[in-house]
Ligand binder design. Structure first.
Ligand SMILES: Nc1ncnc2c1ncn2[C@@H]1O[C@H](COP(=O)(O)OP(=O)(O)OP(=O)(O)O)[C@@H](O)[C@H]1O
Length: 353
Protein backbone atom coordinates (compact mmCIF):
# COMPACT_ATOMS: atom_id res chain seq x y z
CA UNK A 1 0.00 0.00 0.00
CA UNK A 2 1.38 3.42 -1.01
CA UNK A 3 0.91 6.02 1.73
CA UNK A 4 1.38 9.79 1.67
CA UNK A 5 1.67 11.42 5.10
CA UNK A 6 1.07 15.12 5.61
CA UNK A 7 3.66 16.44 8.02
CA UNK A 8 3.62 19.90 9.56
CA UNK A 9 6.69 20.01 11.78
CA UNK A 10 4.45 19.61 14.83
CA UNK A 11 4.44 16.71 17.24
CA UNK A 12 1.13 15.14 16.14
CA UNK A 13 2.00 14.46 12.53
CA UNK A 14 5.51 13.30 13.54
CA UNK A 15 4.00 10.71 15.92
CA UNK A 16 1.59 9.56 13.18
CA UNK A 17 4.60 8.94 10.94
CA UNK A 18 6.40 7.11 13.76
CA UNK A 19 3.37 4.86 14.35
CA UNK A 20 3.13 4.06 10.63
CA UNK A 21 6.82 3.17 10.46
CA UNK A 22 6.42 0.91 13.51
CA UNK A 23 3.75 -0.97 11.58
CA UNK A 24 6.22 -1.46 8.74
CA UNK A 25 4.93 1.20 6.32
CA UNK A 26 7.22 3.58 4.46
CA UNK A 27 5.11 6.70 3.90
CA UNK A 28 6.17 9.47 1.55
CA UNK A 29 6.17 12.67 3.62
CA UNK A 30 4.76 15.93 2.28
CA UNK A 31 4.94 19.40 3.76
CA UNK A 32 2.41 21.84 2.30
CA UNK A 33 3.56 25.42 1.92
CA UNK A 34 0.77 27.91 2.42
CA UNK A 35 2.51 31.05 3.72
CA UNK A 36 3.42 33.91 1.39
CA UNK A 37 7.12 34.28 0.50
CA UNK A 38 6.76 37.65 -1.11
CA UNK A 39 4.88 39.35 1.65
CA UNK A 40 6.91 40.16 4.76
CA UNK A 41 4.00 41.40 6.85
CA UNK A 42 2.06 38.16 6.54
CA UNK A 43 4.83 35.62 6.11
CA UNK A 44 4.37 32.40 7.94
CA UNK A 45 7.66 31.25 9.45
CA UNK A 46 7.80 27.93 7.69
CA UNK A 47 11.55 27.33 7.89
CA UNK A 48 11.52 25.75 11.35
CA UNK A 49 8.53 23.58 10.41
CA UNK A 50 10.27 22.38 7.26
CA UNK A 51 13.51 21.63 9.13
CA UNK A 52 11.66 19.53 11.70
CA UNK A 53 9.66 17.72 9.03
CA UNK A 54 12.86 16.99 7.11
CA UNK A 55 14.59 15.76 10.27
CA UNK A 56 11.71 13.31 10.85
CA UNK A 57 12.02 12.06 7.27
CA UNK A 58 15.78 11.55 7.72
CA UNK A 59 15.31 9.71 11.04
CA UNK A 60 13.08 7.10 9.38
CA UNK A 61 14.75 7.13 5.93
CA UNK A 62 11.59 8.40 4.19
CA UNK A 63 11.08 10.44 1.04
CA UNK A 64 10.18 14.05 1.74
CA UNK A 65 8.75 16.70 -0.57
CA UNK A 66 7.40 20.19 -0.24
CA UNK A 67 4.22 20.98 -2.14
CA UNK A 68 3.64 24.66 -2.79
CA UNK A 69 -0.05 25.53 -2.45
CA UNK A 70 0.40 29.17 -1.49
CA UNK A 71 -1.41 30.53 -4.51
CA UNK A 72 -4.30 28.11 -4.09
CA UNK A 73 -4.55 28.90 -0.36
CA UNK A 74 -4.76 32.62 -1.01
CA UNK A 75 -7.15 32.30 -3.91
CA UNK A 76 -9.51 29.97 -2.09
CA UNK A 77 -9.20 30.06 1.70
CA UNK A 78 -8.17 33.68 2.15
CA UNK A 79 -10.72 34.88 -0.41
CA UNK A 80 -13.46 32.88 1.35
CA UNK A 81 -12.40 34.30 4.74
CA UNK A 82 -12.43 37.94 3.62
CA UNK A 83 -15.71 37.50 1.78
CA UNK A 84 -17.45 36.11 4.89
CA UNK A 85 -16.01 38.77 7.19
CA UNK A 86 -17.15 41.53 4.82
CA UNK A 87 -20.68 40.20 5.05
CA UNK A 88 -20.54 40.37 8.85
CA UNK A 89 -20.28 36.58 9.12
CA UNK A 90 -17.81 34.48 11.11
CA UNK A 91 -15.61 32.43 8.76
CA UNK A 92 -13.90 29.15 9.52
CA UNK A 93 -10.64 29.03 7.53
CA UNK A 94 -9.56 25.75 9.18
CA UNK A 95 -12.54 23.87 7.82
CA UNK A 96 -12.00 25.31 4.35
CA UNK A 97 -8.24 24.67 4.45
CA UNK A 98 -8.87 20.98 5.12
CA UNK A 99 -11.53 20.65 2.45
CA UNK A 100 -9.89 22.72 -0.29
CA UNK A 101 -6.16 22.61 0.37
CA UNK A 102 -4.95 19.68 2.50
CA UNK A 103 -7.32 17.20 0.91
CA UNK A 104 -8.41 19.14 -2.19
CA UNK A 105 -5.48 20.67 -4.06
CA UNK A 106 -3.01 18.26 -2.48
CA UNK A 107 -4.91 15.35 -3.99
CA UNK A 108 -4.71 16.91 -7.47
CA UNK A 109 -0.98 17.70 -7.18
CA UNK A 110 0.37 14.58 -5.45
CA UNK A 111 -2.15 12.63 -3.38
CA UNK A 112 -3.78 10.93 -6.37
CA UNK A 113 -0.74 8.65 -6.71
CA UNK A 114 -1.27 7.14 -3.22
CA UNK A 115 -3.72 4.63 -1.78
CA UNK A 116 -4.01 6.39 1.56
CA UNK A 117 -3.40 9.88 2.95
CA UNK A 118 -2.34 10.11 6.59
CA UNK A 119 -2.56 13.14 8.88
CA UNK A 120 -2.02 13.84 12.57
CA UNK A 121 -5.59 14.97 13.13
CA UNK A 122 -7.34 13.66 16.23
CA UNK A 123 -10.13 11.84 14.41
CA UNK A 124 -10.86 8.34 13.20
CA UNK A 125 -12.87 6.52 10.56
CA UNK A 126 -15.32 3.68 10.90
CA UNK A 127 -16.65 1.30 8.28
CA UNK A 128 -20.36 0.54 8.61
CA UNK A 129 -22.08 -1.67 6.01
CA UNK A 130 -19.16 -1.16 3.64
CA UNK A 131 -19.26 2.65 3.89
CA UNK A 132 -16.60 4.79 5.57
CA UNK A 133 -17.76 7.34 8.15
CA UNK A 134 -15.77 10.08 9.85
CA UNK A 135 -15.66 9.18 13.56
CA UNK A 136 -14.54 11.05 16.66
CA UNK A 137 -11.21 10.58 18.44
CA UNK A 138 -10.67 8.84 21.75
CA UNK A 139 -9.39 12.13 23.25
CA UNK A 140 -12.52 14.33 23.46
CA UNK A 141 -10.51 17.44 24.29
CA UNK A 142 -8.32 17.10 21.19
CA UNK A 143 -11.01 15.81 18.82
CA UNK A 144 -10.69 17.68 15.50
CA UNK A 145 -13.55 16.17 13.54
CA UNK A 146 -15.29 19.56 13.52
CA UNK A 147 -12.44 20.86 11.33
CA UNK A 148 -13.02 17.94 8.95
CA UNK A 149 -16.79 18.26 8.67
CA UNK A 150 -16.79 19.57 5.09
CA UNK A 151 -14.67 16.83 3.53
CA UNK A 152 -16.34 14.57 0.98
CA UNK A 153 -16.80 10.82 0.71
CA UNK A 154 -13.77 10.22 -1.52
CA UNK A 155 -11.60 12.13 0.90
CA UNK A 156 -12.83 10.38 4.05
CA UNK A 157 -12.51 6.94 2.47
CA UNK A 158 -8.87 7.62 1.61
CA UNK A 159 -7.85 9.11 4.96
CA UNK A 160 -6.05 7.43 7.85
CA UNK A 161 -5.74 9.04 11.28
CA UNK A 162 -3.23 7.07 13.38
CA UNK A 163 -3.83 9.31 16.44
CA UNK A 164 -7.55 8.52 16.67
CA UNK A 165 -6.99 5.96 19.41
CA UNK A 166 -4.52 8.00 21.47
CA UNK A 167 -4.79 10.63 24.18
CA UNK A 168 -2.62 13.72 23.70
CA UNK A 169 -0.45 12.82 26.72
CA UNK A 170 0.29 9.42 25.11
CA UNK A 171 1.29 11.19 21.90
CA UNK A 172 3.69 13.48 23.79
CA UNK A 173 5.14 10.48 25.64
CA UNK A 174 5.62 8.48 22.42
CA UNK A 175 7.32 11.51 20.83
CA UNK A 176 9.76 11.79 23.75
CA UNK A 177 10.48 8.07 23.95
CA UNK A 178 11.07 7.89 20.20
CA UNK A 179 13.22 11.05 20.43
CA UNK A 180 11.31 12.71 17.61
CA UNK A 181 12.78 16.01 16.43
CA UNK A 182 9.51 17.84 17.21
CA UNK A 183 8.91 16.15 20.59
CA UNK A 184 9.20 19.33 22.62
CA UNK A 185 7.27 21.59 20.30
CA UNK A 186 4.30 23.46 21.65
CA UNK A 187 0.87 22.81 20.12
CA UNK A 188 -0.06 25.05 17.22
CA UNK A 189 -3.16 27.19 17.44
CA UNK A 190 -5.11 25.34 14.76
CA UNK A 191 -6.04 27.79 12.00
CA UNK A 192 -3.54 26.54 9.43
CA UNK A 193 -1.76 29.62 8.38
CA UNK A 194 -3.95 32.34 9.81
CA UNK A 195 -3.14 31.03 13.29
CA UNK A 196 0.46 32.03 12.86
CA UNK A 197 -0.25 35.69 12.26
CA UNK A 198 -2.36 38.16 14.16
CA UNK A 199 -5.91 37.74 12.92
CA UNK A 200 -6.81 41.42 13.39
CA UNK A 201 -3.70 42.55 11.47
CA UNK A 202 -4.66 40.22 8.68
CA UNK A 203 -8.25 41.51 8.53
CA UNK A 204 -7.09 45.14 8.81
CA UNK A 205 -4.86 44.71 5.80
CA UNK A 206 -7.76 43.68 3.61
CA UNK A 207 -10.61 45.72 5.05
CA UNK A 208 -8.86 48.69 6.72
CA UNK A 209 -10.44 50.51 9.64
CA UNK A 210 -13.63 52.53 9.89
CA UNK A 211 -14.87 53.91 13.18
CA UNK A 212 -18.39 52.90 14.17
CA UNK A 213 -20.68 52.98 17.19
CA UNK A 214 -20.97 50.37 19.91
CA UNK A 215 -24.57 50.43 21.15
CA UNK A 216 -26.09 48.74 24.18
CA UNK A 217 -28.85 46.66 22.64
CA UNK A 218 -31.39 47.00 25.46
CA UNK A 219 -31.17 50.78 25.94
CA UNK A 220 -30.00 51.95 22.50
CA UNK A 221 -27.30 53.96 24.29
CA UNK A 222 -23.99 54.61 22.49
CA UNK A 223 -21.37 53.37 24.91
CA UNK A 224 -18.21 53.40 22.82
CA UNK A 225 -16.65 53.15 19.39
CA UNK A 226 -15.02 50.35 17.41
CA UNK A 227 -12.73 50.32 14.36
CA UNK A 228 -14.90 48.27 12.04
CA UNK A 229 -17.57 45.61 12.58
CA UNK A 230 -15.26 43.15 10.79
CA UNK A 231 -13.04 42.94 13.89
CA UNK A 232 -15.93 41.64 16.00
CA UNK A 233 -17.73 38.33 16.23
CA UNK A 234 -21.05 37.45 17.81
CA UNK A 235 -20.46 36.03 21.26
CA UNK A 236 -17.13 37.89 21.62
CA UNK A 237 -16.36 39.19 25.10
CA UNK A 238 -12.76 40.33 25.04
CA UNK A 239 -11.18 43.17 23.10
CA UNK A 240 -14.12 45.56 23.09
CA UNK A 241 -12.29 48.20 25.17
CA UNK A 242 -15.38 48.94 27.29
CA UNK A 243 -15.37 49.39 31.04
CA UNK A 244 -17.97 48.10 33.51
CA UNK A 245 -18.41 44.77 31.76
CA UNK A 246 -18.52 41.96 30.95
CA UNK A 247 -19.94 43.00 27.58
CA UNK A 248 -20.90 40.55 24.84
CA UNK A 249 -21.29 41.22 21.13
CA UNK A 250 -24.91 40.32 20.40
CA UNK A 251 -25.44 41.60 16.88
CA UNK A 252 -23.88 43.63 14.06
CA UNK A 253 -25.39 46.06 11.56
CA UNK A 254 -23.21 45.67 8.51
CA UNK A 255 -24.84 48.50 6.56
CA UNK A 256 -24.38 51.04 9.33
CA UNK A 257 -21.20 49.61 10.85
CA UNK A 258 -22.76 49.24 14.32
CA UNK A 259 -21.80 46.65 16.91
CA UNK A 260 -24.56 45.83 19.44
CA UNK A 261 -23.55 44.63 22.88
CA UNK A 262 -25.23 43.51 26.08
CA UNK A 263 -23.86 43.53 29.61
CA UNK A 264 -23.79 40.98 32.39
CA UNK A 265 -22.35 37.60 33.24
CA UNK A 266 -25.57 35.96 32.24
CA UNK A 267 -27.27 38.30 29.83
CA UNK A 268 -30.17 36.45 28.23
CA UNK A 269 -29.42 38.11 24.89
CA UNK A 270 -26.24 36.12 24.34
CA UNK A 271 -28.15 32.86 24.34
CA UNK A 272 -30.25 31.04 21.80
CA UNK A 273 -31.95 27.66 21.64
CA UNK A 274 -32.21 27.11 17.92
CA UNK A 275 -30.23 27.75 14.77
CA UNK A 276 -30.62 26.97 11.09
CA UNK A 277 -28.03 25.20 8.96
CA UNK A 278 -27.91 26.13 5.28
CA UNK A 279 -26.37 24.05 2.49
CA UNK A 280 -25.99 20.99 4.71
CA UNK A 281 -23.13 18.76 3.62
CA UNK A 282 -23.31 15.03 4.42
CA UNK A 283 -19.84 13.46 4.49
CA UNK A 284 -20.95 9.89 3.84
CA UNK A 285 -24.74 9.67 3.63
CA UNK A 286 -27.92 11.14 5.06
CA UNK A 287 -28.88 8.87 7.98
CA UNK A 288 -31.99 10.87 8.97
CA UNK A 289 -35.62 10.19 8.14
CA UNK A 290 -37.18 13.06 6.21
CA UNK A 291 -39.64 15.10 8.30
CA UNK A 292 -38.71 13.37 11.56
CA UNK A 293 -36.80 14.97 14.45
CA UNK A 294 -33.59 13.10 15.18
CA UNK A 295 -31.59 13.21 18.40
CA UNK A 296 -28.06 14.50 17.78
CA UNK A 297 -24.93 15.99 19.34
CA UNK A 298 -23.45 19.12 17.81
CA UNK A 299 -20.71 21.77 17.92
CA UNK A 300 -21.04 25.38 16.82
CA UNK A 301 -17.38 26.23 17.42
CA UNK A 302 -14.20 24.35 18.26
CA UNK A 303 -14.84 23.26 21.85
CA UNK A 304 -14.20 20.08 23.78
CA UNK A 305 -17.86 19.48 24.57
CA UNK A 306 -20.75 18.46 22.35
CA UNK A 307 -24.16 20.10 22.61
CA UNK A 308 -27.23 17.87 22.78
CA UNK A 309 -30.44 18.42 20.86
CA UNK A 310 -32.52 17.54 17.82
CA UNK A 311 -32.36 18.18 14.11
CA UNK A 312 -35.15 18.31 11.55
CA UNK A 313 -35.33 19.33 7.91
CA UNK A 314 -37.42 22.43 7.14
CA UNK A 315 -37.74 23.59 3.52
CA UNK A 316 -34.17 24.24 2.31
CA UNK A 317 -32.40 24.12 5.63
CA UNK A 318 -32.03 22.05 8.77
CA UNK A 319 -33.24 23.36 12.12
CA UNK A 320 -31.29 22.43 15.24
CA UNK A 321 -32.97 22.76 18.63
CA UNK A 322 -30.60 22.56 21.56
CA UNK A 323 -31.60 21.02 24.89
CA UNK A 324 -29.64 23.73 26.65
CA UNK A 325 -29.29 27.43 25.99
CA UNK A 326 -26.28 28.05 23.76
CA UNK A 327 -24.04 31.08 23.91
CA UNK A 328 -22.83 33.08 20.92
CA UNK A 329 -24.45 31.48 17.87
CA UNK A 330 -22.37 33.09 15.12
CA UNK A 331 -23.82 33.08 11.59
CA UNK A 332 -21.21 31.92 9.05
CA UNK A 333 -19.64 29.36 11.37
CA UNK A 334 -20.20 25.72 10.59
CA UNK A 335 -22.64 23.85 12.76
CA UNK A 336 -21.21 20.32 12.94
CA UNK A 337 -23.61 17.45 13.58
CA UNK A 338 -22.83 14.09 15.22
CA UNK A 339 -24.95 11.06 15.98
CA UNK A 340 -26.56 10.91 19.43
CA UNK A 341 -23.51 9.19 20.95
CA UNK A 342 -21.03 11.70 19.44
CA UNK A 343 -19.31 8.79 17.68
CA UNK A 344 -19.94 9.62 14.03
CA UNK A 345 -19.55 13.03 12.43
CA UNK A 346 -22.45 13.25 9.99
CA UNK A 347 -21.58 16.58 8.33
CA UNK A 348 -22.04 20.31 8.66
CA UNK A 349 -23.94 23.34 7.41
CA UNK A 350 -23.45 27.07 7.65
CA UNK A 351 -25.21 28.69 10.61
CA UNK A 352 -27.96 31.15 9.68
CA UNK A 353 -30.02 33.18 12.05
N1 LIG B 1 1.86 22.74 6.45
C1 LIG B 1 1.43 21.48 6.50
N2 LIG B 1 1.87 20.58 5.60
C2 LIG B 1 1.44 19.29 5.61
N3 LIG B 1 0.55 18.84 6.50
C3 LIG B 1 0.07 19.68 7.41
C4 LIG B 1 0.47 21.04 7.47
N4 LIG B 1 -0.19 21.63 8.51
C5 LIG B 1 -0.97 20.68 9.06
N5 LIG B 1 -0.82 19.49 8.40
C6 LIG B 1 -1.50 18.21 8.67
O1 LIG B 1 -2.77 18.46 9.29
C7 LIG B 1 -2.77 17.90 10.62
C8 LIG B 1 -3.55 18.80 11.55
O2 LIG B 1 -2.91 20.04 11.60
P1 LIG B 1 -3.19 21.10 12.73
O3 LIG B 1 -2.27 22.24 12.53
O4 LIG B 1 -4.64 21.35 12.75
O5 LIG B 1 -2.97 20.27 14.05
P2 LIG B 1 -1.84 19.90 15.07
O6 LIG B 1 -2.55 19.04 16.03
O7 LIG B 1 -1.15 21.10 15.58
O8 LIG B 1 -0.82 18.98 14.25
P3 LIG B 1 0.76 18.95 14.30
O9 LIG B 1 1.15 18.78 15.76
O10 LIG B 1 1.16 17.78 13.47
O11 LIG B 1 1.22 20.28 13.75
C9 LIG B 1 -1.31 17.74 10.98
O12 LIG B 1 -1.12 16.75 11.97
C10 LIG B 1 -0.68 17.37 9.65
O13 LIG B 1 -0.88 16.01 9.35
Amino acid sequence: MEIAALISGGVDSAVSVHLLCEQGYKPHLFYIKIGMDTDDGLTCTAEEDIELAEATARKYGLDFDIIDLQKEYWERVVAYTIDKVKQGLTPNPDVMCNKLIKFGCFEEKAGYAYDKIVTGHYASTRIIDGQTWLATAKDPVKDQTDFLAQIDYLQVSKLMFPLGEYMKEDVRRIAKEAKLPSALRKDSQGICFLGKINYNDFIRRFLGEQTGKIIEIESGRIIGTHRGFWFHTIGQRKGLGLSGGPWFVIDKDVEQNIVYVSRGYDTEKQYGNTFQLAGFHFITANPWTEGKETEIRFKIRHTDTFGTGYIVKENNHYLVTSNEKIQGIAPGQFGVIYDKDAQLCIGSGEIRR
